[in-house]
Each structure stands twice: as structure tokens, then as C-alpha cells.
Ligand binder design. Structure first.
Ligand code: ADP
Ligand code: MG
Length: 681
């Protein structure tokens, strides 16, 4: 489209080469990018009486500077600016970090409005934003944008304003008029302005509602179109597996499959037999037995004369899968492990075997599909922990001319209805039942820090020959601090327990090889206590570990705590989880109670959904769920559902291509590289 909106941002008044480079870092390249760079939050600065402020929560206060601010410098380039303010009849301290420059702007006697975290006990506020003058002089609704250090809020707002002034008239409606009318949505152009310059809460709400629907509708249309194209691109890859051989294999297992495993398997096998390419998500809580389902489906593919591949995020997981699959398969299939550490002659040999179909199953990291690997006849691919498997990898499979059935596995319990809606292009199977005889992890909530009782509990478990994880607090703002906490804790525990017990350390600043080395040592029980930040890998299986201690557990969401707890309880022994937490509010306490009461991941995820604010549901790291700019899958679930139904109607009636009303939308969809790739397929 040759629209002015596609012009580079340097065309916007006030953006030179240097600023453009910084804006590029934020992903902003065109005028359109800039216009659609929406605030992620809107603050309203409502000044409340001091007595109504909540401890540890965000607040805005207005006060008069009793004296000039004082600046102290410390460390490299670090500073602390302290203001003594008179607020009502109190002296309040306002502290601001690394903004020493503000001293010049602030003088004794002046009024200042500050926003930040309120400390009720010390009558102190840690300032995140300040403005000279009284609160009344401020705009009531203040958009907050994601920024990098190199671009300030003031600069960004200035260039967005310039872009709006010059280019807003180029924004055109893309939704059909009857949709806009029947959903009572504001026009695109007006809504865009409101997103950046909200006139009122109500107008902002409608503007958001508009873009949420637009975003969800486009997403659903793409998903459903992809799915349709995928189904139509049959390429005859029906896999005629041998049912008898398969049954024989299942009967060789030391256990009987659970009902849920059987149901999931039936779904997968049905897809394999059909000429359509499988694109299925297998969801199951940690320990629910996904590996067995994976093994049986891989075997089905082998009996159909194909090769299968299993891709996992890390080498250590690859090795673990290799071991468990080898013991399940015995000599039924030739399995190889192909990771980055397999090198030289050995690697060459394996590659040769894969190419000549002398191996049936290849297990490796995601690099498996990118590198030099040539398959003879790849029929089936399993991707473990699907959220780390991106679009690029899918494309590289396709680029190799491979169109296998693909099964994604994830241990993140997502409420089923949500999953079906979110993964519009996938079928979903859920293993919602645990194998019988599992001992649920006993969970305790201990208030506060590592007490002597907890320390001796750790010691007792280790004397029984078991191992323990000790997880450090999550520090959202700073990985640096998080790592420092882990190191401190490591030294503390090493002092207490060594030399009889070996303590190990794991955190995000270690290189991949170091991490793997630590995990190997832990798996081999050369380390008994592993101090770690949350990097401790999802899916890591050390059945001898029976104790999980989580520091500052109140900082984690329920789903995340559940994932952490899932590292134990994987063997025959009784396992324990100790949550050290001192939650400040009722929601926090409720979370701890829920953790001690249930070990069912799906129930936890439902509870989490209820307790948490919208948007937080999937935790800090998005668990492979699609990311939306404006919409939130949980909070805006209804809009998502509406968009899904509308998309279904549009796709199934082929309106996208046939009906003029959808011309603009069709343009946008065809720009999507996935769709484009599929259409070319
Ligand atoms: P997941 O990958 O879903 O976390 P796994 O597949 O690793 O779980 O299974 C966890 C453990 O449960 C393994 O030791 C496995 O042998 C065992 N297991 C799997 N299915 C069953 C079953 N139906 N009955 C009993 N044990 C099972
Ligand atoms: Mg597993």
C-alpha cells in the first residue's frame, strides 16, 4: 500500500536520524508504527488525603518544598535526590533515584506533585514521576508508554503529537460500516486520537474497545484462515499406522494409560490418519504423562514407515527424553540424540543415518530443524514446551520442504475454553487427569524467612538421600538484584551445610553451558541443594529431588508457583514444598492458602484467573500465548469470543475474498508473512 502512513518516521516533524535510531529500537519504523504505539497504561493523578493512602501502593501527593532538594551521589553514576515536603500538616520525604538534574528545577517554597510508591510507616514516597506545580495543573489522564532510556516520555509524546497533527487524516476505517454501527464502535481515526489524548475515561474506554475488537478480529481471521489453508493443503500425508503393533507397544508399558491419556491419543491418531496436517496442542500438567503419549504417537508414525523428531528447549531436557524414550522403546525403534554437543565424526555419522533412514526417532534441541539435518522421511514432529517454538522454526521446517504432522506439548495449564479460543489455528487435547497412586506434594506456608526449622527440614531430607531446590525471590525490576540475591543465598547456605552437603548455584547470568553443567551435576546428585532463580528449567526431571523451598513466594503468581512445585513429586517418595511468604494483603494470603490446599494445575489456573488482575494471568513471561497490543485475552475474553464467531462466519462464507466490505481487512491479512507463506505453499 503506498500510503503516507508507510513513510519512515524521519518524515515526522522533530524526528532526526538520531532520534529515529532510538525509536527503531522500540520497533517504530514507519509513521503508522508511531501512531499505533499505544500507551500500555493510563495513570490518573488523583491526590488523596495522606490518611487514605495504602502502604506499598502507588500514590500521588502534592506538597510544598520545605527546603531545596538534597542530592547524594553514590556508585557509578547513581544518585539519590531527597525532597522534604510539607503535605497537609506532615513532613513527608520524597526520594527520587538517578534524576539529580531535577534539583535545578526544584526550589524551596515551590509546590510539587509526585507520584510513586507510598511508605506509610516512614511517611516517605519513592518517586517515579514528578511535576512542578499543583496536581490541578496536570492532565487528568496521563498515558504511560513503554520506553527505553534513550527516549523520554516528553520526546515520545511530542513526536506522537506531531504525527497525529500531520497524518491522522490518513487513517481510514477498516471495519465494515455495519460492524462499527452494530457494536457502537467509535471511528478509527477518532479512536486513535483518544488512545493518545484521552478526553475522558469513557471516551478512552470506547477507543480501547474499538481497537481490542479490531485486533482480536484480525487475529482470529488470520488464525482461522491459516487453519483453513492448512487443511486444504492436504499433500496426502495420511499416516497409515499399524494398530496391532501399537497396541502391543502400549501393553509393554509398566502402567496402564489413564483415561485422559487415551483420549488425547485418540485425537492425535485421528489427525495422523487423516490427510490433513496435524497442528495440535497437547496440554497436561507436570507429571500427567505427556511423554508416554508422545512416545506412542511417535511410534505410530514409525509403523507408518516415517521418521519422527522430538524437539525440546535445552540439551539437558533432550538427554532426559532420550533416556526415558529409550527405556520405553527398548529395541522397537532406533533413537538418536542430536544436540550441539554431538560433534565431529560422530555427528557426521548420525546425520548420515538420519538421511538414509537408519534411525527412526531423532531427539534434539530446536536447532535440529535449522541446521544441517536432512531427514529421509519426516512424518511427525513433537515440540516440547511449545512457547519457545516460534514462527521462524515453523518456517524453516517448511523451507526444507517438510510438512509433517506437528504436536506441541506444554505443561502450562490454560483453562480449556481459553486455549481453544486463543489457539484458533490448533486443535487442543488436554490431559486433565493424573496417573493413579501419585503422592501429591505436601505444601506448607511458612511466614517470613528461612527459619531454623526450615533449615533443619532441608537437612533432614538430604540425610534421607534426597535433594532440594531453593528458589530465590523474583525481582521484576532488576535481573541484577535477582542474581545478587541468589549469590548471597548460595553463600549463606554453603556456609551452613558444606562440606557434607554440596550446594549449587543457578541463575540467568550463567552461560548456557554453565547452566547445563550445573543441572547435570544436580541430576547426578553431585549437588544436593540447588539455589536458583526461576531459570530452573521447566520440565527438568530430577525425581530424587523431594523438596522445593520458595523464597518470597508472595511475589509469584499461582501458575508460576505451581510450575516450580512441579519440579518435585516426580518420584516414588513423598515430596514437600515450603513457601516462605509474608503476604501483605488478603489476595496474597489467599494465594498461599490455595497453594497449600490444591495440587491441581487446572484448578489453580482458574483460581489464579479470579485472583489476579487481568493481564497478569500468564505470569511475567508469556507462555506461548499470543501477545496482543491492546486486548487482554482474560480480561477481554468476551470480545475475543465475539471476534472468534465473527471470524468464523466470515471465513466459512468466504466473505474475506468475495465481499467488498472486507477489502481493507483482506489487505492487512495478506501482509501477514505467515499467511503469505501459506498461500504460496
Ligand atoms: P510429563 O511429561 O507430563 O510431565 P511424564 O510423561 O514425564 O510427565 O510422566 C511422569 C511420570 O509418570 C513418569 O515417570 C511416567 O513413567 C509416569 N506415568 C506416565 N503415565 C502413567 C500412567 N498412566 N500410570 C502411571 N504412571 C505413569
Ligand atoms: Mg515431560
Amino acid at each position: 500500500m503506498d500510503s503516507r502512513l508507510q513513510l519512515p518516521i524521519t518524515e515526522v516533524k522533530g524526528i532526526g536520524e538520531k532520534l529515529a535510531a532510538h525509536l527503531n529500537e522500540l520497533g517504530l519504523f514507519t509513521v503508522e508504527d508511531l501512531l499505533f504505539y499505544f500507551p500500555y497504561r493510563y495513570d490518573s493523578y488523583e491526590v488523596k488525603p495522606l490518611t487514605e493512602l495504602a502502604h506499598d501502593e502507588k500514590a500521588t501527593i502534592e506538597g510544598q518544598l520545605i527546603a531545596d532538594p538534597v542530592v547524594q551521589f553514590y556508585g557509578k553514576k547513581k544518585s539519590r535526590l531527597t525532597m522534604n515536603l510539607q503535605v497537609e500538616n506532615f513532613a513527608v520525604k520524597a526520594v527520587m533515584f538517578n534524576r539529580a538534574f531535577a534539583k535545578k528545577q526544584l526550589n524551596a517554597g515551590e509546590t510539587v506533585t509526585v507520584t510513586g510508591k507510598w511508605d506509610q510507616h516512614r511517611l516517605q514516597i519513592t518517586v517515579s514521576q514528578f511535576k512542578k506545580g499543583s496536581a490541578k495543573s496536570q492532565e487528568p489522564i496521563q498515558p504511560v508508554y513503554t520506553l527505553k532510556e534513550s527516549v523520554t516520555l516528553v520526546t515520545l509524546r511530542k513526536v506522537i503529537k506531531a504525527a497525529i497533527d500531520e497524518y491522522l487524516e490518513d487513517i481510514n476505517e477498516i471495519l465494515p460500516e455495519d460492524y462499527v454501527l452494530s457494536y457502537k464502535l467509535p471511528a478509527r481515526r477518532q479512536a486513535l486520537r483518544q488512545m493518545h489524548y484521552p478526553e475522558s475515561r469513557v471516551m478512552l474506554k470506547h477507543a480501547k474497545r474499538r481497537f481490542i475488537y479490531e485486533e482480536f478480529l484480525l487475529f482470529q481471521l488470520k488464525m482461522q484462515l491459516l487453519r483453513k489453508l492448512q487443511r486444504e493443503a492436504t499433500s496426502g500425508n495420511a499416516q497409515q499406522y499399524n494398530n496391532d503393533t501399537l497396541t502391543d507397544f502400549v501393553q509393554s508399558f509398566p502402567f496402564e494409560l489413564t483415561g485422559a491419556q487415551k483420549r488425547s491419543l485418540a485425537g492425535i491418531l485421528k489427525d495422523m490418519k487423516s490427510p490433513y496436517r496435524m497442528n495440535r496442542l497437547l496440554q497436561g500438567d507436570v507429571g500427567s504423562g505427556k511423554t508416554a503419549v508422545a512416545a506412542i504417537s511417535l511410534y505410530a508414525s514409525i509403523t507408518a514407515g516415517k521418521q519422527g523428531a522430538l524437539m525440546v528447549p535445552t540439551e539437558i531436557l533432550a538427554e532426559q527424553h532420550y533416556e526415558s524414550l529409550t527405556s520405553l522403546f527398548k529395541d522397537r525403534a532406533k533413537i538418536v540424540l542430536l544436540t550441539g554437543s554431538v560433534k565431529g565424526k560422530k555427528r557426521k555419522e548420525i546425520l548420515e543415518q538420519i538421511k538414509n533412514h537408519h534411525v527412526d526417532i531423532i531427539i534434539g534441541t530446536h536447532a535440529l530443524i535449522q541446521d544441517d539435518v536432512e531427514f529421509s522421511d519426516l512424518g511427525f514432529v513433537i515440540v516440547d514446551e511449545q512457547h519457545r517454538f516460534g514462527v521462524n522454526q515453523r518456517r524453516s521446517l517448511r523451507d526444507k520442504g517438510l510438512h509433517p504432522d506437528v504436536l506441541f506439548m506444554t505443561a502450562t495449564p490454560i483453562p480449556r475454553t481459553l486455549a481453544i479460543t486463543a489457539f484458533g489455528d490448533m486443535d487442543v487435547s488436554v490431559i486433565d487427569e493424573m496417573p493413579a497412586g501419585r503422592k501429591p506434594v505436601e505444601t506448607y506456608w511458612v511466614k517470613g524467612e528461612l527459619t531454623d526449622r526450615v533449615l533443619s527440614f532441608i537437612q533432614k531430607e538430604i540425610q534421607k538421600g534426597h535433594q532440594a531446590y531453593v528458589i530465590c525471590p523474583l525481582i521484576e525490576e532488576s535481573e541484577q538484584l535477582e542474581v545478587q540475591d541468589a549469590i548471597d543465598l548460595y553463600h549463606k547456605l554453603a556456609e551452613i551445610y558444606e562440606p557434607h552437603i554440596t550446594v549449587g548455584l543457578m541463575h540467568g547470568r550463567l552461560g548456557n553451558e554453565e547452566k547445563e553443567e550445573v543441572m547435570k551435576q544436580f541430576a547426578a546428585n553431585e549437588i544436593q541443594i540447588l539455589v536458583s532463580t526461576t531459570v530452573v528449567e521447566v520440565g527438568v526431571n530430577v525425581p530424587n529431588a523431594t523438596l522445593m523451598v520458595v523464597h518470597d513466594a508472595e511475589r509469584f503468581g499461582l501458575s508460576q508457583l505451581h510450575q516450580l512445585r512441579g519440579r518435585v513429586g516426580r518420584g516414588a517418595e513423598q515430596s514437600y514444598c515450603v513457601l516462605l511468604a509474608d503476604p501483605k494483603n488478603e489476595v496474597g494470603k489467599e494465594r498461599m492458602r490455595i497453594m497449600t490446599e490444591t495440587t491441581d494445575g487446572f484448578e489453580l489456573s482458574e483460581q489464579d484467573l479470579k485472583l489476579r488482575g487481568p493481564g497478569d494471568f500468564f505470569g511475567r513471561k508469556q507462555s506461548g500465548m499470543p501477545e496482543f497490543k491492546v486486548g487482554d485475552m482474560v480480561h477481554d475474553y468476551r470480545a475475543l469470543e465475539t471476534a472468534r464467531q465473527d471470524a468464523a462466519e466470515i471465513i466459512s462464507n468466504d466473505l474475506l475474498y468475495q465481499d467488498e466490505r472486507f477489502r481493507e481487512i483482506l489487505h492487512l491479512i495478506e501482509e501477514d508473512e505467515n499467511i503469505a507463506g501459506k498461500v504460496l505453499d
